[in-house]
Design a binder for this molecule. Structure first.
Ligand code: NAP
Length: 332
């Protein structure tokens, strides 16, 4: 088998190594991976471990899809031949996340490998209607947008969703909004990306560089404001997210592409009865519901670029440059 390992922090510290295929222990399964998708988190993990005390070397990658090839003693949920995706968090099935739960791809087992041994409870059936590459988009990016809008947000038809950026979480948000009959407004960095999100079904799109973008978004809602914000940016625009809320609206605090300091404007928070809720990807029950939803209401998830397994560093460079949707690595 082969795996990518972080031997020292930085993209040039990634090494592709060979070893023997591991045996699954009790309660574990061996998955032969077909595809993995990359997240902004992978850049941070490879860059400096995100401040976690990780032992080097380790295998990164939190979102994979593959086939079960062997099951350890006592495994009841899976058989060889099953096509599965992993959960982002270990042992988080529903409700509150257990204290011992860890993310895949540091400190949990990473999926940027040809094979991975995973706990039988940390897997979900892949959507039957999607390829392995498409299914690999769900564990982090897809589920984060689903948790924010559907699990926590109870998104419904006729509502308006404001989305920051056109990355993996953002474009899943756009497509889940369409699935639920909601309108999406996207804030992006370039005219080319603006045109692409409009073609994908966004009701409106605006450039972040245009100082009056919040006023234009409010105008599009006829002054009412938006019901949901997928805030992948944090930093200075977070206040604008709250100011743009319709009464009773909610902001999902997801990312920190623009900064980790979040400031709330007092009066709009009070007057709009704003809800600000942090999102930490989501649990297995939500991932299972997301899989059922994409089977029932098919759509084509947005993949910006696909790289062979040998080119993981190049794939991560594409994430760093600011992908439109997702970047995928295929194993076979
Ligand atoms: N809390 C959670 O559960 C969770 C889960 C997943 C991700 N995240 C976080 O959410 C963020 C997005 O993750 P991702 O994996 O979707 O990233 P990604 O796919 O790498 O997204 C990149 C896109 O973000 C946009 N962007 C870049 N700088 C921006 C800025 N200053 N303000 C707004 N948008 C900006 C760009 O789109 P445009 O060029 O169109 O602006 C870029 O194409 C990251 O901070 C990540 O760590 C959090």
């Amino acid at each position: 088998m082969q795996r990518w390992q972080v031997t020292r922090y930085g993209l040039d510290g990634l090494e592709r190594t060979r070893g023997t295929v591991p045996e699954p222990g009790p309660g574990q399964v061996l998955v032969k991976l077909r595809a993995a998708s990359l997240n902004y988190r992978d850049l941070l993990i490879v860059g400096d471990g995100m401040g976690m005390p990780l032992g080097l070397p380790f295998t990164p990658g939190s979102d994979g899809c593959g086939e079960v090839v062997a099951a350890g003693a006592g495994v009841t949920r899976w058989r060889p031949g099953d096509v599965v995706i992993n959960t982002f968090w270990s042992d988080w099935w529903d409700g509150a996340r257990p204290a011992h739960s860890v993310p895949a791809g540091a400190p949990g087992p990473g999926v940027l490998a040809t094979h991975a041994v995973l706990g039988e409870h940390d897997l979900v059936s892949a959507p039957r209607t999607w390829t392995a590459a498409q299914a690999s988009l769900l564990p982090c990016a897809g589920l984060t947008a689903w948790t924010a809008l559907v699990e926590n947000g109870a998104l419904r038809a006729g509502q308006t969703v404001l989305i920051q950026g056109t990355g993996g979480v953002a474009l899943f948000g756009l497509q889940l909004a369409a699935m639920h009959g909601a309108r999406a407004v996207v804030v992006t960095s370039s005219a080319a990306k603006r045109d692409r999100v409009l073609a994908l079904g966004a009701s409106h799109a605006v450039l972040r560089s245009e100082a009056d973008w919040p006023a234009r978004v409010r105008g599009w809602t006829e002054g009412r404001g938006v019901d949901h914000v997928l805030d992948t940016a944090g930093g200075d625009s977070f206040g604008a997210s709250v100011e743009l809320l319709a009464p009773g609206g909610r902001v999902a605090a997801i990312g920190m592409l623009a900064g980790t300091d979040l400031r709330l404007p007092f009066y709009p928070t009070i007057i709009n009865r704003a809800t600000v809720q942090g999102v930490g990807v989501g649990h297995r029950r939500s991932l299972e519901e997301l899989v059922r939803a994409v089977e029932a209401r098919p759509f084509e998830p947005v993949v910006d670029a696909t790289f062979p397994f040998e080119q993981v560093p190049q794939a991560l460079e594409t994430v760093r440059e600011g992908a439109f949707g997702k970047v995928v690595v295929t194993m076979s």
